[in-house]
Design a protein around this ligand. Structure first.
Ligand code: ZN
Length: 114
């Protein structure tokens, strides 16, 4: 059986899974386990799109406003589809490749999950 994280509220080790939720039998705290799926565990930052949907590596998004490409006169147009994003640390928290532009970093607040 895979190891479940301790309860974030009372640190109980007796947590169990209930569907997508983790449940603590000691303090009745329930929370989502999806943030803990990643291999590096506890401190995973949640990246959300403009609508508040949680983004994950491999997601496809569309750009929701024209974005100037730093150092060039190019603009990534609103509605541009971006496939297979990768979440990274930092101010621009999405690493991706865009057709005709190449490798690019975007801010999650300017995209929408497809
Ligand atoms: Zn608890």
């Amino acid at each position: 059986m895979e190891e479940l994280p301790n309860c974030p509220k009372c640190q109980s080790a007796y947590t169990y899974e209930d569907g997508n939720l983790l449940v603590c039998p000691e303090c009745a705290h329930e929370w989502s386990s999806s943030d803990n799926e990643d291999e590096n565990g506890d401190d995973q930052k949640v990246v959300k799109d403009a609508n508040g949907n949680v983004l994950q590596d491999g997601d496809s998004v569309t750009v929701i406003k024209d974005l100037k490409v730093k150092g060039t006169s190019s603009v990534i147009k609103i509605g541009t589809k971006v496939k297979n994003i990768r979440l990274v640390e930092g101010d621009h928290d999405i690493d991706c490749k865009i057709d005709d532009f190449g490798a690019m970093k975007l801010k999650s607040e300017f995209v929408k999950k497809i």
